[in-house]
Structures are given as C-alpha cells and as structure tokens.
Design a protein around this ligand. Structure first.
Ligand code: ACO
Length: 325
C-alpha cells in the first residue's frame, strides 16, 4: 500500500572549536584520564565559546545537512530543534535557526526530551511528513551542556560536551514494506517519577535561574541498560525486522559501558555499533545526529542501510527509531 515515508536526504554536524581533553580536566577537578576512560570511554569533548550559542551550533549543522542534500532553506517547511539548552527561555532555538537560514515559510518549534530529544524529534517530524502536513523537515539536535554543568562537580562535569547535528527528512512515497527508505517505525516512552535521578536545579518557573545539572549516576546507569532495550525490541517488532537485519546501531553517546551492555543484551554485534563518545563526550540531544554524520562521512552508513537510533534522557524519557537510510 502506498504511503508517505520520511526519507533522510541529508545529514550534517558542527562541533565547537575548543577541544578539552581529560588531561585538561585534571587541572580543574580531582580526576584522572584513567578514571574517565575506564568508567565512560570519554577521552575529549568540544566546549562552546561565548559566541557559540546553541542556535549558532544548530544553524551550522543544519546548513551542512542542507548542503549535503543539495537543498536550501527555501525548501524547508518544518524545523524542529531538540535541545535542553536553548539560547533563551523564548523565543525557541528552532525559530532562531530558521531565521539564520533565511527560512520564511512553514513553522518551527523546540522539543525538550533531554538526551532522548533527537529520537523524539525524528518521530514527531515523521508524523507531520507522513500525514502530508509538511514536505521537508529539518530535524536538529543542538546543545551547550557546558553552560549548565557544575564545573566544581567531578561526578558530572567530566561527562558532557557541546555540539550539534541535523538531518533533512523528505516525504516520499513508499510501498509500505521494510524495503522502503525512510523512518520505518519508532517507539517513545517517558516516566516522570524519575525526576530526582537526573535534573537541573533551576528554571524560569521555579528559581528564576538557569540552574545546574544534578545526577545520580548509578541510578541512571541501571535504568538506561534496563529500559532502552524494551523500546528497541518494540521498534523491531513494529517494523517486522530483527537485530540481525540491522546495518548500524547508533545509540545516544553517554557512556561506552551503557552502549556495549545494551548492544550485547540485544544481540547486536559490536562492529555494528557507532561510537563517538570517546571524541564528543555526552552532547545530549546532539549526540545521535553527530554520530550519524560521522558514520555517513567516513562511508559506513550508506543508502539502503538499516539504522537503529535510541536514547534515554532526564525525566526519564526514552525511545528508538528504525530508519532505512
Ligand atoms: N574522577 C575520579 N573519581 C570520581 C569521579 C571523577 N570524575 N567521579 C566520581 N568519582 C569517584 C566517586 O567519588 C567514588 O569515590 P568513592 O568510592 O571514594 O566514594 C568513585 O569514583 C566511584 O563513584 P561511582 O559514582 O560509584 O562511579 P560509577 O562506577 O557509578 O561511575 C558514572 C560513575 C560514570 C557517572 C556512571 O555511574 C555512569 O556512567 N552513569 C550513567 C550516567 C550517564 O551516563 N549519564 C549521562 C547523562 S544521562 C543520559 O545521557 C541519559
């Protein structure tokens, strides 16, 4: 049966100029390269300069994705920016990106699902495209977590980095089979009872300040490995595919140990896992599109490949989406 699929026609990313290594962090807090690498797999991260706001990073990534697609801002009628670190409380970062790219038609909004934001944004854009409400969507994940990290807290500050990634999705007719290019299935979940395990201790409606990130690392770890596999299995079921059909597994890049434990649990071969956490750290909603772009540019992800993206973030929020590239 003919239906509309959301096909990835371009992918791009942008990283801030400044690189901060684990050795650099050793001069700021009591930590060591050995501890960070062993516990997380992170070796370095990019940190935004004062002029590199979330919308600036997002617009650069979006421009790269448009270039790769051979399109311009005039071809886009929907912009969704997944972020928890907007430039301002309002207007949305998405509208700022829209303006920077000279897009004057359609609509734009931010989506906040913390580290799961990009998966939520892809699933949301897919609904607009599948119903014909939009023709081409720019889906951006952009973050400057360095602005909300407590740089005195060694248990969190070593984990995060800044960056942005984007994909252009285009509505194209498919025949409704798993051979179609595009988003084949997605599954989203959230459970607000877990707020205290990962949150920011401020906000416009509570303290009137931005606040700093707080996390119970062990609890997040336990929940991440336990729950994310459920949404992935449901996404496989909904699409009629299995882990064996997968070409690439592109998870949220928070921690190498979480990623490898999830892949093992699902029976996904380690060589199919795209890992960038060593170079980027945890860039929250930006981590998946950054990893997708890295794997596209080095020739791993090619047209026709079956790609699973998945993430878990504060809330908790978590989800997965299966894309035929
Ligand atoms: N350098 C050196 N020592 C440290 C550091 C550090 N940066 N941070 C903590 N320690 C110490 C602790 O103080 C503790 O010392 P103690 O035994 O003397 O009390 C010791 O290391 C062990 O601390 P734990 O918190 O038990 O370490 P753990 O093995 O749990 O690793 C980590 C911590 C890496 C945060 C882990 O719990 C984890 O990865 N959790 C998942 C959280 C995550 O990935 N969050 C990302 C954001 S959320 C998301 O993206 C979904």
């Amino acid at each position: 049966m003919a239906l509309l699929r959301s096909v990835v026609v371009g992918c791009g990313s942008y990283l801030p100029r400044q690189v901060v290594t684990n050795a650099d962090l050793e001069t700021r807090v009591e930590t060591s390269d050995e501890w960070i690498v062993q516990r997380t797999g992170i070796r370095q991260r990019h940190i935004a300069g004062p002029d590199e706001t979330t919308s600036v990073l997002g617009a650069q990534a979006a421009k790269a994705a448009l270039d790769r697609a051979g399109l311009s801002g005039a071809d886009i009628d929907l912009v969704i920016c997944a972020t928890s670190t907007p430039d301002h409380t309002f207007p949305s970062t998405a509208t700022q990106i829209q303006a920077m790219l000279g897009i004057e038609t359609g609509f734009a909004f931010d989506l906040q699902a913390v580290c799961a934001g990009f998966v939520f944004a892809v699933a949301t854009a897919d609904r607009y495209l599948a119903t014909g409400a939009a023709k081409r969507a720019l889906v951006v994940g952009a973050e400057t977590f360095s602005r909300i990290v407590d740089w005195e807290d060694r248990t969190t500050c070593v984990l995060f980095g800044d960056g942005a990634g984007a994909v252009v999705l285009e509505a194209r007719e498919g025949d409704g089979t798993t051979a179609d290019r595009g988003v084949l299935a997605s599954c989203l979940r959230s459970d607000g009872r877990h707020r205290a395990k990962l949150y920011v201790d401020g906000g416009p409606g509570s303290t009137g300040t931005t606040g700093k990130l707080r996390m119970e690392g062990k609890e997040v770890f336990r929940f991440a490995v336990g729950s994310v596999t459920d949404v992935i299995e449901e996404t496989f079921r909904a699409s009629g595919t299995t882990a064996e059909d997968l070409s690439w597994f592109v998870p949220h890049q928070a921690n190498r140990r979480i990623i490898e434990a999830s892949a093992d649990k699902l029976g996904i071969a380690r060589e199919k896992v795209v890992l960038t956490v060593d170079r980027h750290g945890n860039t929250s909603a930006a981590s998946i599109p950054l990893a997708l772009d890295a794997a596209c540019r080095d020739g791993r992800i090619r047209e026709g490949d079956l790609v699973m993206i998945e993430a878990i973030g504060g809330g908790f929020t978590w989800g997965a989406a299966l894309i035929r590239w």
